[in-house]
Design a protein around this ligand. Structure first.
Ligand code: AMP
Length: 351
């Protein structure tokens, strides 16, 4: 695919690993981001445009130089994608991106499709919060509807709290209040979908979060096949409904009685599937590149059981010790600055 030019909006680690996969297929990548070339994706790409996501002229010029475009994070403004000419394939698509940017729309979509969610309420004021807490009558999580990630933009709420002060703390115009789910595990399901609607499902992953941030993934998750099939079915329903081209991850809670509850979607490569780089015949990044370049979807079979540990700013020393164990695959993202809770890299190993 030597003549294909893939555009990537965003310059983080997901863009970096997409560039690395594309290069295996001889595809060159052009990054568009407000950041500089000294960014995780900027360091490895073939071309880089520094521009704001609202800069129409820079975006149009960028689109004129690429054959397809993928978003490497879900908060790319929808208006930036709307400028793409029709002949360019856009992943994941405008409908998918708009839905993933709003937790209320994500949950409304799941509910519409008959996928179980925790009870939730739309909250726009202290009064809404009080009313919802009275109905819920227990422990809850208040989340900003937009721009929340990695546990940011969420607060626990209990009966008896000062709701006025909680509402001020969350500091948003629109929020979602969710019942706290008592889960035994968190799992994620990843599927790839082509523009023709062909689908491949990756083996599911079990995830462990701390303070809302993913720290460890194990895959394939050992679960009854009935649960895995239910997860695949939910992901397919959402991917078809949102007409996704590329990848869709759904995050789910697994309850004690072995039922699944939907949490959220991510229509892009997902941290909990970084293990697929070494663990699957086709990694999530290769699969994304295949989806947008007209290549057939790859085999996602897996050999053995895999672990992935995220390296955050506060655990960055794990990277150097990680190089000493022969079974480890170390990935560093090339971030200039180390900060608490910033994802600096990850380590994968086989059990
Ligand atoms: P989110 O940003 O919605 O993915 O939330 C980050 C993490 O917070 C999740 O992976 C869970 O560990 C936890 N969490 C989010 N929502 C809930 C909920 N309704 N009940 C229990 N835990 C939750």
């Amino acid at each position: 695919m030597a003549n294909l030019k893939l555009g990537i909006i965003g310059s983080g680690q997901l863009g970096r690993m997409t560039v690395q996969a594309a290069s295996d297929y001889g595809i060159s990548c052009h990054i568009f981001s407000p950041d500089t070339e000294n960014s995780p994706a900027g360091q490895v790409c073939n071309a880089f445009t520094t521009g704001e996501y609202t800069d129409e002229k820079a975006l149009r010029e960028f689109y004129s130089m690429v054959d397809a475009v993928v978003c490497e994070f879900e908060n790319v403004p929808v208006t930036a994608l709307e400028l793409a000419p029709e002949k360019i394939l856009v992943s994941p698509g405008i409908k998918a991106l708009a839905t993933a940017q709003n937790r209320l729309e994500e949950k409304d979509t799941a509910r519409f499709l008959g996928i179980p969610t925790a009870p939730y309420w739309r909250v726009k004021s202290t009064d809404d919060l009080i009313n919802a807490m009275n109905l819920l009558n227990g422990e809850a999580i208040l989340k900003t509807a937009k721009f929340g990630y990695d546990g940011k933009g969420q607060i626990r709420a209990h009966m008896g709290d000062n709701f006025e002060s909680l509402w001020q703390q969350i500091n948003t115009e629109l929020a979602i209040l969710e019942t706290l789910v008592d889960f035994k595990n968190e799992i994620s399901i990843l599927i790839a979908r082509t523009i023709e609607g062909a689908i491949k499902c990756f083996p599911p992953t079990i995830n462990h979060h701390e303070n809302g941030i993913l720290v460890h993934s194990t895959a394939p998750a050992i679960l009854p096949s009935r649960i895995i099939e239910a997860g695949y079915n939910y992901a397919k329903l959402i991917a078809d409904h949102l007409e996704i081209v590329g990848l869709l991850t759904i995050e789910l809670f697994l309850l004690e009685e072995n039922t699944l509850v939907f949490n959220e979607i991510a229509p892009r490569p997902h941290n909990s599937f970084h293990w697929t780089i070494e663990g699957c015949k086709t990694s999530q990044f290769h699969q994304l590149v295949r989806c947008v370049s007209g290549l057939p979807l790859g085999d996602v079979s897996v050999d053995g059981r895999w672990h992935m540990e995220n390296i955050l700013g506060q655990t960055a020393a794990r990277i150097s010790s990680g190089y000493h164990a022969s079974g480890n695959y170390v990935h560093e993202y090339g971030k200039a600055e180390t900060k608490t809770n910033r994802k600096m890299g990850h380590i994968t190993w086989k059990e």
